[in-house]
Ligand binder design. Structure first.
Ligand code: AMP
Ligand code: MG
Length: 394
């Protein structure tokens, strides 16, 4: 299934977005500097602009006198040309005046009337930020596919860029199905349950860079579900259907995908998400997620997450950090089946939480993360060093 996803899913096209809204977005293409930063030679210290070679040999005992000829400040054009033996007061960020090539630190001077005594040599170039010192015209400042950091936005702004092309965020429609489900805020009857999958899926989709759009909960009504699937296929980049993904009398999703498109996978050797499915409606990938909350989380992470991330230009891999730790007790599995086991860290060891029980939602909140027992492994014995995938991203 993962191979199929790797082969069939590509990143979406780009869209132009104004700079302040691009943090965290994926840059579509490389950015090359078309200007230099800074674009003028500037003072990097508060002090005096002078001809550096004239400060040669200066010391506190033998200070060199300069004639004070005025002052300049950042953001202004300086009309004064610094001539031989002259010093112009300057502050950090000011354009270096013509004639000067060095900035004497104010701490190394003494001013007496119109004379500035320089007590230390400041050779040409000292405390001067040259044109292009930060960024030279023509250099690649950011590579394509990069997730933009706050400071990246600053660099782009420094180059005079006001908007950039970023990968479009996939619109992910989630159809929540189930006769027994009640929407948020409704009191419900004793035989009804809260729809818990929608909030979880919305957060997962957002985490992965998608734009979630929840439909439902809607009842297990074939025509109603068909209508929502048809609508979603025309308006979404990805479709997720929660519930009714198995083979029960009210499990309509698999048959509908087969009818309206192609159901490529149905049933996966994965516990607790065996009744998962993957298909396509035209070009739109569809993932059938079991209704059981733990299965739903597991199926999302295995099959839906990679699709959302890849479409949005992110890495296919899980965003979870890992840690390798020994198991406090054995993690049973069975050959040919992959298991997704919630575990807790206790005294530096991994304690399995109920591995069965796809409906025990709180096992995912009590857990620090999960361990995947691959298909070719029959069980992980106590003491085995295994990889823990941490639910917390940072
Ligand atoms: P299903 O996948 O429709 O067979 O549902 C399997 C189990 O998950 C049943 O116990 C459902 O009540 C439960 N379930 C289905 N959808 C949801 C949901 N959105 N939120 C919470 N539990 C659900
Ligand atoms: Mg159901």
């Amino acid at each position: 299934v993962l191979d199929l996803i790797a082969r069939r899913i590509g990143r979406l096209e780009s869209e132009r977005v104004v700079l302040p809204e691009t943090a965290g977005r994926v840059l579509a293409a490389q950015i090359r500097a078309e200007v230099s930063v800074p674009s003028f030679d500037r003072a990097a210290m508060d002090g005096y602009a002078v001809r550096g070679e004239e400060t040669q040999g200066a010391s506190p005992a033998r200070p060199v006198p300069f004639r004070y000829v005025g002052a300049t400040r950042p953001g202004r054009r300086c009309e004064i040309v610094v001539g031989p033996g002259e010093a112009l007061e300057i502050t950090t960020g000011s354009a270096l005046p013509q004639g000067a090539d060095s900035v004497v630190r104010v701490e190394s001077t003494r001013k007496e009337g119109e004379t500035v005594w320089v007590q230390e040599p400041f050779p040409p170039g000292r405390h001067v930020g040259r044109v292009g010192e930060d960024i030279e015209t023509g250099t690649v400042v950011l590579e394509g596919n990069r997730r933009l950091r706050p400071q990246d936005l600053a660099v782009l702004r420094a180059l005079g860029i006001t908007s950039v092309d970023v990968i479009r965020r996939p619109k992910v429609t989630v159809i929540i199905t189930g006769d027994e489900l009640i929407a948020a805020g409704n009191p419900g009857r004793v035989f009804q349950i809260a729809d818990t999958n929608s909030v979880m899926l919305e957060a997962l989709i957002t985490r992965d860079g998608g734009r979630p759009w929840v439909v439902g909960p809607i009842p297990d009504d074939r025509d109603r579900i068909r209508a929502e699937i048809t609508e979603a296929a025309n308006t979404s980049d990805v479709l997720l259907i929660s519930g009714g993904s198995s083979a029960g009398p009210e499990d309509y999703a698999p048959g509908l995908i087969e009818e309206l498109g192609k159901l490529v996978v149905h049933g996966v050797a994965l516990r607790p998400a065996a009744p998962s499915g993957v298909g396509f409606l035209g070009q739109v990938p569809v993932v059938l997620l079991p209704g059981n909350p733990v299965s739903c989380l597991c199926a999302y992470d295995f099959f839906a997450g990679p699709i959302v991330r890849v479409q949005g230009g992110r890495a296919r891999e899980w965003p979870y950090r890992t840690q390798v730790l020994p198991l406090a007790s054995a993690l049973p599995s069975s050959l040919g089946r992959t298991d997704y086991a919630r575990v807790r860290i206790e005294n530096g060891k991994l304690e399995p939480l109920s591995i069965s029980g796809a409906s025990i939602l709180s096992s995912t909140t009590r857990a620090d993360g999960f361990v995947v027992i691959p298909a070719q492994v029959d069980e992980y014995p106590a003491g085995a060093l295994v990889t823990l995938w941490l639910y917390d991203l940072d």
